[in-house]
Design a protein around this ligand. Structure first.
Ligand code: PLP
Length: 475
């Protein structure tokens, strides 16, 4: 690349790392900032400037290279470096179990227990009754069995791990029969065929995308068949001319051929949502009653607990899964266990669970409560009194998310905003860069916030964000 004389001149004016660090050492702003952060910030600012000069970037006039301007840039970089990367975020999307935004919020009891266990020693793997080494899983296994009706249970790091572990234990080197309509991909990286391949199981697809019959499974069974697998198509629905084999039929077929049956429920739930006027989602208890040998589901989707993969089923199968060395590699940590145990305890009383577990509470949030929040937010925004602010209430629907209840539309009332002179995309970006960040969606040029997933104590933070934004925006 040819460097022009102008560029050479600018490059020579670029201050050096040491000279900027000398200035920084005298400025109060930088007191207490770790030296590593200062050095890397100065380097980053100088490197970025050098690159900008080489690119003939218009913002590289000589005045931008003055020490004072460079130090301003370093301050910004230092601020960014000193801000936590993982931050609390306001979810105004209306998607309750939003994987990108951390899925489930824990119930107060679960948070309290997590904090206690985090800061103290615990009997994690110590049996207090005999004073000897105990099992890490004993704090939750009994509870899971009590609530689900299963004979035995095991928890691992997440449901993807649970599926992998079960397939590897039961079906390595053997054929696993699955319906073509159930070869799901869950957002990002979980695909049934890929997990199957990694587990060493051999995928044996049967039926068609929209219709699979029990005879399809039956015809596929051969000497090397090791498992019949059912996957809950949690994030989509095949509608129209469809046929699906029930779990019951599959269990009967398995019994006839002495083959185990596994169900990956994905977003497992202990609660029958149809009792609350919502769409039916298969429950863990129903899968247990049907006689399924092993069932896997997530801890942080509809269950509303911490990230975990829960495995329940017949004792003999669960025992062999526990002995698999991969179980050790996927083991759940004590903070998760603490939060999971407290969450599970709430499920002993379903009404209480629905009230206390934020995920369930938000899914079942009555429309009049949402309307109240929407009116409060809209009122707060109107009070800012900026004539450029246009506010509308929109009847829309929220989503459960987390690959659950894909067809369910939860009626909601959203607050939509436009600001004259600021494009919806710019507005979205500004809100995203707010502290705390606010995430919402753009629809038909409106910035749309769904109060269902906005916590009541977050409404004022949103109002403040808009207030700051309108004060800062040039009139
Ligand atoms: C979400 C999901 C998984 C993966 O669960 P994670 O807890 O995210 O690891 C696996 N199978 C199905 C059907 C799912 O919906």
């Amino acid at each position: 690349m040819q460097i022009s004389p102008d560029q050479q001149k600018l490059l020579r004016q670029l201050p050096g790392v040491d000279s900027l660090l000398e200035i920084i050492a005298k400025e109060a702003f930088f007191k207490g900032i770790p030296q590593t952060v200062l050095v890397s910030s100065v380097r980053n600012v100088i490197d970025a400037k050098r690159q900008a000069i080489l690119n003939n970037d218009p913002a590289t006039e000589a005045s931008s290279l003055l020490d004072s301007r460079m130090i301003d840039a370093v301050k910004k970089t230092v601020n960014a470096a000193m801000t936590a990367n993982l931050r609390r975020t306001i979810n105004a999307t209306g998607v309750v179990v939003h994987t990108n935004l951390g899925r489930s919020l824990l119930a107060p009891e679960a948070i309290e227990n997590l904090v206690t266990i985090a800061g103290r020693y615990s009997n994690l793997e110590y049996d207090l009754s005999i004073g000897k080494r105990g099992s890490r899983y004993s704090s939750v296994e009994g509870l899971i069995c009590e609530i689900s009706g299963a004979e035995a249970a095991l928890v691992v790091n997440n449901n993807a791990g649970a599926v992998l572990l079960c397939l590897e234990t039961i079906a390595r080197g053997k054929e696993v029969v699955v319906s073509r309509g159930e070869l799901v991909e869950i957002g990002g990286s979980f695909r049934v065929p890929d997990v199957m391949a990694k587990s060493g199981g051999i995928l044996k697809e049967v039926g068609t995308t929209n219709r699979t019959h029990i005879r399809d499974y039956e015809n596929a069974i051969g000497p090397n068949t090791g498992l019949l697998l059912k996957v809950h198509t949690s994030n989509y629905s095949v509608v129209g001319f469809t046929a699906e084999v029930t779990l019951r039929e599959l269990v009967d077929l398995g019994a006839t051929h002495q083959l185990p049956v596994m169900e990956d429920l994905g977003s497992g739930t202990f609660i029958d949502f149809s009792k609350y006027g919502l769409l039916k989602e298969p429950t863990v208890q129903e899968s247990v009653i049907a006689g399924t040998d092993v069932i896997t589901f997530s801890g942080d989707k509809l269950l509303g607990g911490p990230q975990a993969g829960i495995i329940v089923g017949k004792k003999a199968v669960i025992d062999s899964i526990k002995k698999n060395p991969i179980a050790r590699a996927l083991r759940i940590d004590k903070l998760t266990l603490a939060a999971l145990e407290s969450t599970l305890r709430l499920y002993r009383d379903q009404e209480k669970a629905a009230r206390m577990i934020p995920t369930l509470q938000m899914i079942m949030l009555p429309l009049d409560e949402i309307q109240k929040r929407a009116n409060r937010l809209a009122g707060g925004l109107k009070k800012i009194g900026d004539p450029r602010l246009r506010i509308r209430l929109l009847e829309q629907s929220s989503k459960t998310g987390g690959g659950a209840l894909p067809l369910m539309e939860l009626p909601s009332l959203c607050v939509a905003v436009q600001i004259e002179g600021i494009s919806p995309n710019t507005l979205e970006k500004m809100m995203r860069n707010n502290d705390p960040p606010i995430i919402a969606r753009i629809e038909n040029d409106w910035y749309v916030m769904d109060p269902r997933t906005i916590q009541t104590d977050e409404l004022s933070a949103i109002e403040t964000a808009f207030e700051n934004l309108t004060t800062r925006a040039p009139k």
